[in-house]
Design a protein around this ligand. Structure first.
Ligand SMILES: [Zn+2]
Ligand SMILES: [Zn+2]
Length: 102
């Protein structure tokens, strides 16, 4: 018996099948995706695997509690931008709370 990649779980397949195996980003990454009608639509390929994740960043210890219905398909490009945006937002929040200390 051969084992597939770790990402090929039932949940992953469920999310991707629901998404039609294309990126479901609707601008969360910061791109308007105008060329493809507002959503990214980048397909799952051998070289660009889609990622199943919620549209907002969850702390690692909460990841297991994300309901499957909240998971969406992201292409690596959108996912990277989404993470970068989340990091910037966190930095801004940290800066704000630091300011309020003084
Ligand atoms: Zn995308
Ligand atoms: Zn996007």
């Amino acid at each position: 018996m051969t084992r597939g990649p770790i990402i090929a779980t039932d949940l992953y397949t469920t999310v991707m099948t629901r998404a039609g195996w294309v990126c479901q980003c609707a601008g969360e990454c910061g791109s308007a995706h105008r060329r493809t009608g507002g959503t990214c639509q980048a397909p799952h390929t051998d070289r660009a695997h889609l990622i199943a994740a919620p549209p907002r960043r969850v702390p690692d210890h909460q990841a297991v509690t994300v309901p499957p219905g909240e998971l969406r398909a992201w292409c690596p490009v959108c996912w990277q931008h989404l993470q970068a945006a989340a990091t910037r937002a966190r930095a801004a929040t940290a800066a704000d709370s630091q300011k309020s200390l003084f």
